[in-house]
Every structure is written in structure tokens, then in C-alpha cells.
Ligand binder design. Structure first.
Ligand code: TXA
Ligand code: MG
Length: 321
């Protein structure tokens, strides 16, 4: 990291200690970070995002030791963390009794979501603070997640005290969220590590929580609000031949079209995940400019990272809030 990065990290640490907010780069998407142990900082995050307060936040930790001071780790949880951290995996585990993380960050649940991010700037920031950072994706609630600093500036610019620019996020979709309680392992949100990889790691099948509506008491999964990650334009899925008055988000071989971006001409799902939110942002802006009202999207395979991509696209297409 450059001298400038270090200077910014120390400025960011001061801002966070002061209870204010900093947008931070991670390998998945940019996060809107505040001191997870400070109720007022956590409340500011909800307020800045316009986020329903029952939707809990991930606490980002520097290492396994910090994680263990916050949550009860079973052998299974520890083996997943050891194999896959730092990286795009969030573990939902029982909160320790003396866990210092704000109850508001966990929305009053007796579980806590933990992730060790991989981006060196943010890891260094958490290390220098010596306490966890609560950070949801740095976008207004319900809108497309940010994968470059400019997305954060456009969506939340006036509401953050500093944006640490760490370049484009190389994974581009949020972490996979795995809840472990006793022997039960459930994938709450498909994400940057595929279900297949997770299963290989623990040597047994992981069930996927089916999308259901929240009952408002104990939210089980992210983006359980059906409409999420939504652009202003309407999104139409599984389109082979887009209409002329639509923008087109293609995948693989696709017909010529005036307003087209291709997630991955070579049908590479990792490349598609990295491009997803950025291309949705660009097409949404193009729609505004050209007075187009719809984005048509090619079918995306359902294996590997296709799980997470299809999940985000379904929510982007949902109109019901
Ligand atoms: O990749 C990511 O996960 C990004 C980066 C910034 O780390 N963060 C992110 O945060 O996507 P967010 O807040 O947009 O999504 C986190 C989801 C929430 O929607 C919430 O439902 C779920 O994690 N969550 C947090 N705590 C939970 C808990 N105790 N039980 C179940 N789900 C939980
Ligand atoms: Mg989000």
C-alpha cells in the first residue's frame, strides 16, 4: 500500500473512533462502515441508507481471534472460517454473552454475522482500530450495490465523511451468508463463494433458505425484502431477443443491440459477477439519458456464481417492496 493509503487509513480510523462513517472497499462491494460497538454510529448507518432497522448488519473483523471474542465458534464454524477467510463468506453464529457489538447492529437477534474482508485497505483499517466495523453495502437501501468509489459518491456522497478508494471490487457480488446453529448449516444468501465450494469445504450438503417474506420479527436472510438491488428502470429476465426500446444486459453470444453491455462474452461466471452491479449502474444511467424504461437481461446459468447472480437479478426485477 502507498503512503497515501496509510495516511487515509489513519484519517479513516480517527473518523470511525469519532462515531462517524467511512465508505470502505472490500473484495465484494463497497461497505458503509462505522464502529460496530457504538450504537450511535450504527444508527447513523441505518439512517444514511434509509434501511429498515430490523435488517441486521455484518460485523467485519480483522482476524479469527477478534471473531471469537464476538461469537461462539463450533468446530464446523472454525473450519469454514480457517479455510475461507479472508474472503466473501459471512458466518451467522450465536452471539457471545459479553459481545460488545451494538444490539442494534444485530437487530436484537441472538446471532451475529461476521466476515473477514480481503481488501488490504479495509483489513488494515480494522486492525488499526482493534474493533469490528459494522458495514452494509454502501448504497441507499434497496438500490444497486456499489463496486467502485464513484457509485458510492453518486448514491451516498453527502452522507459519508470519507470514501476510501480501493479501486474496483474484484468479486463484485456480496458475500455468501452461511448460518450455523448446532449441526445445521443453511445458506441464507448465495454470494461470492459458490454453494458447491462451500459444500466441498465441509464435505456435506448445505441447504438453501428459500426466499420467503419477512414476518418482521426475526429476519433470516438478507434482501428478504423481495425488491432489492433495484435500478430505476424495470428489469426483464431471461430474454433471448430484447426489444429495441430496451437496454440489454447480455451474457455469452447475443444479438446485436444499440444499448447493450455484455456481462461476459466468453460465458465466464466470475467475470459476470464482477461486472454485474457496475453494468446495471451504467445501463440504468443510459436508460435515464435515452428515456428508455426497461433493461432486458439474458438467461444466466444456475451453477456456481450463477446462483448469486440470478438471486440479485431476481430481486432487481421484483417490483414488490
Ligand atoms: O459482501 C458483503 O457481504 C457486503 C460487504 C460490505 O461486506 N456487505 C453486505 O451487507 O452485503 P448487507 O448489509 O447489504 O447485507 C448483509 C445481510 C443483511 O441483509 C442481513 O439480512 C444479513 O446480512 N444478516 C446480518 N446479520 C444477520 C443475522 N444475525 N442473521 C441473519 N442474517 C443476518
Ligand atoms: Mg446490500
Amino acid at each position: 500500500m502507498s503512503a497515501l493509503d496509510w495516511q487515509n487509513i489513519s484519517k479513516a480510523a480517527d473518523i470511525i473512533r469519532n462515531g462517524q462513517l467511512v465508505a470502505v472497499p472490500t473484495e465484494t462491494v463497497y461497505g458503509l462502515a462505522g464502529d460496530a460497538t457504538n450504537d450511535r454510529a450504527v444508527a447513523k448507518i441505518f439512517e444514511a441508507k434509509g434501511r429498515p432497522s430490523f435488517n441486521p448488519l455484518i460485523s467485519h473483523i480483522a482476524d479469527l481471534d477478534m471473531a471469537k471474542s464476538l461469537a461462539e465458534f463450533s468446530d464446523l464454524a472454525e473450519s469454514l472460517a480457517t479455510a475461507l477467510w479472508p474472503g466473501p463468506l459471512t458466518l451467522v453464529l450465536p452471539r457471545r454473552q459479553n459481545c460488545p457489538v451494538s444490539k442494534l447492529a444485530c437487530a436484537g437477534l441472538d446471532t451475529i454475522a461476521l466476515r473477514q474482508p480481503k481488501h488490504p485497505i479495509t483489513l488494515a483499517l480494522i486492525k488499526s482500530l482493534g474493533r469490528p466495523l459494522a458495514a452494509p453495502s454502501a448504497n441507499p437501501s434497496g438500490q444497486i450495490s456499489p463496486t467502485i468509489a464513484d457509485h458510492v459518491r453518486a448514491g451516498l456522497g453527502s452522507k459519508v465523511d470519507l470514501i476510501l478508494d480501493g479501486g474496483p471490487c474484484n468479486i463484485g457480488v456480496e458475500s455468501a451468508i452461511v448460518k450455523i446453529s448446532g449441526n445445521d448449516v443453511v445458506l441464507l444468501r448465495p454470494g461470492g463463494i459458490s454453494r458447491e465450494e462451500l459444500q466441498k469445504c465441509i464435505g456435506r450438503p448445505i441447504s438453501l433458505l428459500e426466499h420467503s417474506q419477512p414476518d418482521g420479527t426475526a429476519i433470516e436472510a438478507p434482501g428478504m425484502l423481495t425488491s432489492h438491488y433495484a435500478p430505476n428502470a424495470k428489469v426483464r429476465l431471461d430474454v433471448i431477443t430484447p426489444q429495441e426500446d430496451e437496454a440489454f444486459l447480455a451474457f455469452g453470444d447475443s444479438p446485436l443491440h444499440d444499448h447493450k453491455l455484455n456481462l461476459s462474452p466468453s460465458r465466464d461466471l466470475t467475470e459476470a459477477a464482477a461486472n454485474l452491479f457496475s453494468m446495471l449502474h451504467t445501463l440504468d444511467n443510459l436508460c435515464k439519458e435515452k428515456n428508455i424504461h426497461k433493461i432486458a437481461v439474458s438467461p444466466i446459468p444456475k451453477n456456481g456464481l450463477g446462483d448469486a447472480i440470478n438471486d440479485r437479478l431476481r430481486r432487481a426485477a421484483a417490483t414488490e417492496k
